[in-house]
Design a protein around this ligand. Structure first.
Ligand code: SAM
Ligand code: SF4
Length: 328
């Protein structure tokens, strides 16, 4: 598949639920309302849509949310899509998770062809972790990461950079990742959905956030690329690979290769735009073949770039959609 700008599209992110057992301050408001369950795609719908997309050229699928592992039939979702990897139809099935349920899921993921996962953890400090997630315990996440590693899964840690909050946590996090063989990715905050706070206060560029690490270690650009938009450096002599996702300070849209399937069955072409097509409505009315034509329409809707900078500086409207619905 190619979009209107000639970019090859082979990567699908599926938000399998908008629900979550955390309430990270930059992602959700404290009193978040979730969709009625009837709005969510069923296990069958997710599987059928994924199959259709694979037949059109999707080679990698990432499951995300909300917290994907809180979905009740998540083991079945993993099993069904894992089969596509085992049969060679799909190159890779991955997951982004807050890590809190990994001790229960690690072996199941490994058994069903999930070889890499991303775990989000913004600090190792128990009090600050509890503050940013509004009540979660960092030990459960650290234990979950260890369980995934023990099951043979490669774990990358995602850390959102937050001004005046977790700058001092970067060095301990880098050392933890280096000691345990995890890559670390720093993510700049993106303005999505009303989270009941002023985001400009929390925003910090990855470059500024990395300054303390730069003072202590040597950071060298390396050519490594994952399937996402991160750019990588090596941190020496720590022997750490560090990625940066910099939607605001350094636009990476030129080689965007992805589509996003929302919890309620819409295809969004960009995290930072509202252009979408409604697959769920079409397949509930006309059956699964409706996907084929809508997919072609969707490809034409993919914008060249996101508008996050304009949204953050107030010259464009903040998108109402929260990250948990579209999937991070
Ligand atoms: N619950 C899972 C997790 O936390 O990893 C998966 C979904 S979460 C929405 C996916 C990623 O998006 C996480 O790494 C999270 O830190 C990040 N995220 C959420 N809201 C964000 C925002 N406003 N700006 C930047 N990253 C955000
Ligand atoms: Fe939940 Fe992930 Fe959002 Fe945190 S970032 S509230 S863990 S969906």
């Amino acid at each position: 598949m190619q979009d209107g700008f000639g970019r090859k599209i082979d990567y699908l992110r599926i938000s399998v639920t908008d629900r979550c057992n955390f309430r990270c301050q930059y992602c959700m408001s404290e009193k978040m309302t979730f969709m009625p369950k009837s709005e969510l795609l069923s296990l069958e719908e997710i599987t059928l849509i994924a199959e259709r997309f694979i037949s059109h050229g999707i080679r990698k699928i990432r499951l995300t949310g909300g917290e994907p592992l809180v979905r009740r039939d998540m083991k079945d979702v993993i099993q069904r899509l894992g089969r596509k990897v085992k049969s060679g139809e799909l190159e890779e099935l991955t997951l982004t998770t807050n890590g809190s349920l990994l001790t229960e899921y690690a072996d199941h993921l490994a058994d069903h062809a999930v070889r890499r996962i991303n775990v989000s953890m913004d600090t190792l400090d128990p009090d600050r972790f509890s503050e940013i997630t509004r009540g979660a315990k960092v030990e459960t996440v650290v234990d979950g990461i260890a369980a995934a590693k023990a099951a043979g899964i490669t774990v990358k840690i995602n850390m959102v950079a937050l001004r005046n909050f977790n700058e001092a946590d970067l060095l301990p996090m880098a050392e933890f990742c280096a000691a345990n063989g995890h890559d670390l990715t720093i993510i700049e905050t993106m303005p999505l959905g009303d989270v009941g706070a002023d985001r400009t206060l929390a925003h910090i560029s990855a470059e500024e956030f990395l300054a303390p690490l730069n003072d202590q270690y040597t950071l060298k650009p390396i050519p490594h690329r994952s399937s996402g938009p991160a750019r990588y450096v090596s941190v020496e002599p720590l022997d750490l690979r560090l990625g940066m996702i910099t939607p605001l300070s350094n636009n990476f849209c030129d080689d965007c290769n992805r589509l996003r399937l929302t919890t309620d069955g819409k295809i969004f072409m960009c995290l930072g735009h509202n252009a979408h097509v409604d697959l769920r409505a079409a397949i509930r009315k006309d059956g699964i073949t409706a996907v084929d034509q809508l997919l072609q329409q969707a490809l034409k809707l993919k914008p060249l770039r996101h508008d996050f900078n304009a949204q953050l500086n107030g010259s464009a409207e903040i998108l109402e959609r929260h990250m948990n619905v579209t999937g991070g």
